[in-house]
Design a protein around this ligand. Structure first.
Ligand code: XIL
Length: 460
């Protein structure tokens, strides 16, 4: 399979003998947990619920303040369940590649959907398809440009938005500019096992089916987190926690075995100050060993999936990134099966991380024998001074510069944006409207950031 060869190119051929561990959680102690318990919500094609967190985020920790996060009501998620994306089969058709840098995305042609997917595991690192990118994706699309060097351009998606009958521009832009999908919440615990012992894989299956039809990879997200936990999980007796965690990982990873090229196994286990582990139910009951346990369980359930530790606020050089570094270094040294680190890159464009420090951080992680990826990019520009055009120009520069860091490193397999359009973004819920964080505007027109991303993947 092509993906295997490509992973080998990244030094990932040996899936055994790696490692990982750690994690944390936070349902009980985190502010986000108070708005809604245990499940995720989000964009379902309709505006997010207002959760009152608009003013909560601290600019001192611009991106991440976990305490600022909240989740919308469980009901929002349920709207996704049972949807089908059959209407997407027609998808974008392959017409001429127009230059999306200066034009509305509606005119962008389609690029990606050749339907010739050989599965969702993909061809990570495979740059052998030449200047037109993989599957004939035009190089004036973000994915086509990324593929010229063997990288991948990803997006977090909601199942409901893959229904082209209700939101046709979403699927057009998605399949034109992206070749990797991440479930925004449909593979999290709140969806996959909302009721104890009853698994729901249907929404995730729909994302995988869409990706398969359009020749896209899928990265699983996320197995062990302090959010998206049903009440029955947070209420578990201490003695049950380990077995329940093992069973969840075995069932979820097992269900999608062979269909995902990677998993974000443990998410956001380190505290914002980098002092230690988040006080999640996992950490409370299992100690830091829950991290190693989770990676080992994931490896056992799908030996060929690339296993990743993912976190926010650890992009540049700071106490948290230092702690993430020591965590993954120690896991690696202990033989825990960890293969990569994801840096989320939820960023305030008025106070972004120092890119030179991000480069140094990437290189020290790569030097451990790990891959890296930018996993959840969005760049808020409401606080950037100047006119609208100046804000968007600044955003273009920041998008360009972060993608350039990935483009310059073969071990950076992908960069993903957390959503694709300002019409549907979790930032509206977290920080209020008007932050314009994503590459496409509310009408799906390509913002200047799109050209910045394309230039960066092409080394310009
Ligand atoms: C967010 C989703 O965007 C929301 O729809 C959901 O309600 C909560 O989770 N870091 C992560 C992601 O790793 O899983 C989060 O996604 C955003 C922060």
């Amino acid at each position: 399979m092509r993906w295997a060869a490509a992973l080998a190119g990244l030094g990932l051929a040996a899936f055994t003998g790696c490692s990982s561990d750690e994690a944390g959680h936070g349902a009980a102690g985190d502010a986000h947990a108070k708005s809604s318990p245990a499940v995720d919500g989000g964009v379902d094609g309709s505006p997010r619920a207002e959760t009152g967190t608009k003013d909560a985020p601290s600019e001192a920790v611009p991106d991440a303040s976990d305490d600022a996060r909240s989740e919308v009501a469980p009901d929002a998620r349920e709207e996704d369940v049972g949807r089908t994306d059959a209407a997407d089969v027609g998808g974008p058709s392959a017409d001429a590649a127009s230059d999306t840098r200066d034009t509305d995305a509606r005119d962008a042609g389609s690029g990606g959907a050749d339907g010739a997917s050989d599965g969702n595991r993909g061809d990570v690192g495979d740059s052998g398809d030449g200047p037109s990118g993989d599957g004939g994706r035009p190089i004036d699309t973000m994915a086509g440009a990324a593929l010229t060097r063997g990288h991948h351009m990803g997006a977090a998606v909601q199942t409901a938005l893959l229904d082209s009958t209700t939101e046709p521009l979403f699927t057009t832009v998605l399949t034109t500019h992206y070749d990797l999908l991440v479930a925004e919440y449909q593979m999290k615990w709140g969806t996959t096992q909302a009721t104890r012992g009853t698994f729901n894989f249907a929404p995730g299956d729909q994302i995988i089916a869409f990706a398969s039809r359009h020749g896209m990879l899928v990265k699983g997200h996320t197995l062990v987190w302090h959010q998206s936990l049903p009440a029955w999980v947070t209420a578990l007796a201490a003695a049950e926690v380990g077995a329940v965690l093992d069973a969840q990982i075995a069932a979820v990873v097992g269900h999608w075995k062979g269909k995902l090229f990677a998993w974000d196994v443990v998410n956001e286990a380190i505290t914002d100050d980098g002092a230690g582990y988040r006080n999640s139910i996992w950490f409370q009951h299992l100690g830091a060993a829950f991290i190693e346990r989770s990676f080992r369980a994931a490896r056992a359930a799908d030996p060929s999936a690339h296993l990743i530790y993912n976190d926010y606020g650890a992009e540049a050089l700071n106490a948290k990134s230092n702690r993430v570094y020591t965590l993954v270094r120690d896991l690696k040294n202990a033989g825990v099966p960890i293969d990569g680190v994801g840096l989320q890159f939820h960023v305030n464009g008025a106070a972004p991380p120092a890119l030179a420090d991000v480069a140094t951080n990437l290189d020290r992680l790569i030097a451990l024998g790990l891959t890296v990826n930018f996993s959840e990019i969005d760049i808020r520009v409401a606080d950037v001074p100047g006119t609208q055009a100046e804000k968007l120009a600044r955003q273009r520069t920041l998008y360009h510069d972060v993608i350039a860091l990935c483009a310059a490193r073969p071990k950076c397999h992908s960069a993903s944006t957390w959503g694709i359009t300002d019409k549907h973004t979790w930032i509206d819920m977290q920080y209020g409207a008007g932050h314009m964080p994503l590459p496409f505007d509310v009408n799906y027109a390509a913002k200047p950031a799109v050209a910045g991303v394309i230039d960066a993947w092409l080394g310009k």
